[in-house]
Every structure is written in C-alpha cells, then in structure tokens.
Design a protein around this ligand. Structure first.
Ligand code: 13P
Length: 267
C-alpha cells in the first residue's frame, strides 16, 4: 500500500475539554502498551472546538503522536461571521484535518456546495488537510447503489472542479451513506468497494493520476472493532471515519490496532 492508512474518530457533540484530556491520555497509554506503530497508521481524533486547545497542550507536552482536527471550519478567513471558526485559528491550534460537508452539517445547517467549496479552500490555504464527506443526506435513502454512486460522484466533481488551483494530493474523501450513520448497519462490502473505486476514478478524471493515486478514501457509517477489519481489507479503502465507536478509547484503540495489522506502508 502506498497510501498511509488513516483512522479518524469524529466525536460529534460529545466530550467537554476535561473528558477529552482523559480520553487522549488513556488512548495513548493503551496504544503504547500494545506497541502501536504510529509511523504505519495516521490516527486522528476530531473533538469539539472547545477541546482543541486542551488537546494541543497535552499532545505537545507529552509528545503524543495522535493527530487531531476540527469537525468544521468557516468558509471565510476572517470577518463579521458570528460563531464561525477560521482555518487560520485551527492551524495555530495544530489541527491536521478539518471535516468538511459532513451529512449532519448539510442536513441540520443547510450547507450548500458553495459553502463546502469555501471550507475546502480555506483549509487547503492554511495547509490543513480537508476530509470531504460525500454520500446522500436523505436518511431513508434506499436507492440502488448506481444512483448513490451518481450522487456521490456529482458531489466530488462539483467540489473538485472549483479547486483547480490547489494540489489535491493530500485530500481525503470520506464516503458516508447516511443510512449507515448511527444505525449499527454498515452497507454491503461490495457496495463500499464499488463506491470508493468510482470515487478514485472520478478524482483521476477531474484532477490527474497523481492526485487519484494519493487521495485517501475512507468509509464511514457504523464502523466498530468487529467490522473494521473486513472493511479495511478492501483494496479501494485507505481508512475509516468512525463516529459512535470512537467515543470509547478502548474501542477506538482496537480499530487503530486492526488498521496497523499487516500494513506494509513504509514511506
Ligand atoms: P457512526 O460511526 O456513529 O455511524 O457515525 C459515522 C459518522 O457520521 C462519522 O462521521
């Protein structure tokens, strides 16, 4: 594998800054105890904004090589945007990633394609890697996989077509079918495979072969330590975006350890 696996824990609106500190410390202890090789897998947590400064201080003080990022970012750099958080602030807080266009943001905050493109641009300009989430936002979407692919590819192409001036080599795209989010039901492995392969082909078509080879494609939706290994075995997948199961540091550590198993990444 030439792409380093990436396991991301999206905590959503859970854990205050004190709980976040306990979590990070315990996660690190468990991983150290199990000789987790941080050079083989990127492990990242996405706490709420209010925890990021505490996480930064702890990670810096104790040299913890667990990455962290933000669950959202503003689509402008600064100005009169009450409540928004600039990518430049997140950069100073050491954020490696921003999550952009999560279905919960699109659904509950009416995020449009224009907003999402602004967020991708702001992140890229601050050298923060955006994780672009794609997939239907309709909770009872049981449309055939072909239609779902068309929808996700439309989201990818709309975004990429507006990012011509940016290098897409570090981009991360997460496919999250909304029917699988928080339901305990992942979708068929074959559907994950075909979707993620199609997304990579789309990146090649919209960008170039180099971007397509380097973009990391994740699956998210009811991932836990029992199903993670099967999903990670798919060649088309470079990692996972984990919601509920990432709230438990033991479970998240187990998923990280599974991702590290058998990995031959050595760049
Ligand atoms: P669950 O893992 O809880 O289904 O959430 C997935 C998700 O939305 C991660 O961003």
């Amino acid at each position: 594998m030439t792409r380093k696996p990436l396991i991301v824990g999206n905590w959503k609106m859970n854990k205050d800054h004190l709980e976040s500190l306990t979590y990070l410390q315990k996660l690190y202890w468990i991983l150290q105890d199990k000789n987790f090789d941080f050079t083989k897998v990127d492990l990242c947590i996405l706490p709420p904004f209010t925890s990021i400064r505490s996480i930064q201080l702890l990670a810096d003080t104790d040299n913890i090589p667990i990455l962290y990022g933000a669950q959202d970012v503003a689509d402008s750099l600064d100005g009169p945007y009450t409540g928004d958080i600039s990518a430049s602030f997140l950069k100073k807080l050491g954020c490696a990633f921003t999550l952009v266009g999560h279905s919960e943001r699109r659904r509950y905050h009416d995020e449009t394609v224009k907003t999402i493109i602004g967020k991708l641009r702001m992140s890229l300009e601050q050298s923060i890697t955006p994780i672009l989430c794609v997939g239907s936002v309709n909770a009872d979407d049981d449309s055939a996989i072909d239609q779902q692919i068309d929808y996700a590819l439309m989201q990818v192409s709309k975004a990429l077509s507006q990012l011509e001036n940016y290098s897409l080599n570090n981009l991360v795209i997460a496919y999250e079918p909304v029917s699988a989010i928080g339901t305990g039901q992942t979708i068929e492995l074959s559907d994950i495979d075909i979707m993620t392969t199609s997304i990579r082909n789309c990146v090649e078509y919209q960008g170039n072969k180099k971007s397509a080879d380097s973009v990391r494609i994740l699956y998210g939706g009811s991932v836990d330590a029992t199903n993670a290994q099967l999903i990670l075995q798919l060649d088309s997948i470079d990692g996972l975006l984990v919601g509920g199961a990432s709230l438990d540091y033991n479970e998240f550590a187990r998923i990280g350890l599974l991702a590290a198993k058998g990995v031959v990444y050595d760049n």
